[in-house]
Design a protein around this ligand. Structure first.
Ligand SMILES: *[C@@H]1O[C@H](CO)[C@@H](O)[C@H](O)[C@H]1NC(C)=O
Ligand SMILES: *[C@@H]1O[C@H](CO)[C@@H](O)[C@H](O)[C@H]1NC(C)=O
Ligand SMILES: *[C@@H]1O[C@H](CO)[C@@H](O)[C@H](O)[C@H]1NC(C)=O
Ligand SMILES: *[C@@H]1O[C@H](CO)[C@@H](O)[C@H](O)[C@H]1NC(C)=O
Ligand SMILES: *[C@@H]1O[C@H](CO)[C@@H](O)[C@H](O)[C@H]1NC(C)=O
Length: 264
């Protein structure tokens, strides 16, 4: 070591750091690539079939967006690309994913539960597919989905309860679960998600009452709960929800009147 000049030493340190970090990022993008290839293996889509070629960079694949350094996949948007088949669990390994949009396709599996273990994702759009199964009971727990703003699962075949732990996703601004087969009650806990602007639970099999606490959603602009099996009276607090512009509650067995609007 005595014979090494400080300059040489610092350049050795510099280059070894550089090499370590570029190896790490190469491994990351390779891992993202293999996750996408696992996804590709369970679907059919004429658009993706030829395009997602290992001869080209994953960042140039149709529907795939990377960060500015090309080191991680940050967006996957395959909306309306005629995608058929199932969602591979490996999609949950894309742990830098900020936005996932697989809407308007023919996906007919359950929603791979690994999707709900993503950590930096801000929007999940899976509406208008044939997805079945139920939502994970512990959704939003264990520090998962803590940046999620949009969860749009409308127009699928989802069944089971709305998990109580959904309120642990405190950044949610839009929940769209309309046109599914969800059952059980509307959980009171939903009223804890105070950033919510849109809540769409219409056209499901939900029963019981609309939670009294709903008035706590002071940013809620749109409330859709029509065509369920809801009963009881309208929570009086609905009249005090300042941001509320629209609410659709027809096709239930509700009683009571909103002071400003009739039931529409
Ligand atoms: C895949 O599609 C993208 C976007 O349309 C295009 O830029 C790219 O050249 C295509 N790659 C191949 C291998 O066809
Ligand atoms: C995905 O792409 C479609 C079509 O280009 C676009 O309309 C949609 O807004 C995109 N989704 C997201 C989440 O950006
Ligand atoms: C899902 O779609 C695939 C491909 O279109 C088809 O082969 C399969 O039978 C479908 N499965 C179900 C459960 O509908
Ligand atoms: C999601 O994370 C939780 C907590 O770490 C873990 O128990 C669970 O097995 C994970 N689920 C999947 C599908 O990876
Ligand atoms: C969420 O709502 C439930 C039921 O209304 C309540 O018991 C609980 O304390 C709330 N949690 C938070 C964190 O506000």
């Amino acid at each position: 070591m005595d014979s090494l000049s400080p300059l040489l030493l610092s350049s050795i340190i510099f280059f070894s750091c550089l090499t370590t970090s570029s190896i790490a990022t190469t491994l990351d993008i390779k891992r993202d690539e293999s996750s996408l290839l696992a996804f590709k293996a369970l679907i059919t889509s004429d658009t993706i079939k030829q395009n997602w070629s290992t001869q080209t960079s994953v960042c140039s694949w149709i529907g795939v967006t990377c960060d500015s350094h090309g080191t991680r996949v940050t967006q996957l948007n395959l909306s309306k690309m005629g995608v058929r088949g199932s969602i591979a669990p490996e999609i949950g390994n894309l742990d830098s994913l900020v936005s996932l949009d697989l809407s308007g396709n023919y996906l007919n599996s359950s929603i791979a539960p690994t999707i709900f273990n993503l950590t930096v994702v801000e929007s999940i759009h899976l509406y208008d597919n044939g997805l079945s199964g139920s939502l994970p009971r512990h959704i939003c727990r264990y520090n998962r989905l803590q940046r999620l703003k949009v969860l749009d699962l409308g127009s699928n075949e989802l069944e089971g309860d709305i998990p109580l732990s959904l309120d642990q996703c405190s950044q949610l601004e839009r929940i769209s679960f309309g046109f599914n087969k969800l059952s059980g009650n509307v959980p009171r806990e939903i009223a804890n998600i105070t950033k919510l602007k849109v809540l769409d639970l219409s056209f499901n099999n939900l029963r019981g009452v609309i939670p009294q606490q709903i008035h706590r959603l002071e940013n809620l602009q749109m409330l859709y709960m029509s065509s369920n099996e809801l009963s009881g009276s309208l929570p009086p607090g609905i009249g005090n929800m300042k941001a509320l512009q629209f609410f659709f509650l027809t096709g239930n067995a509700l009683t009571g009147k909103h002071p400003l609007w009739t039931l529409i």
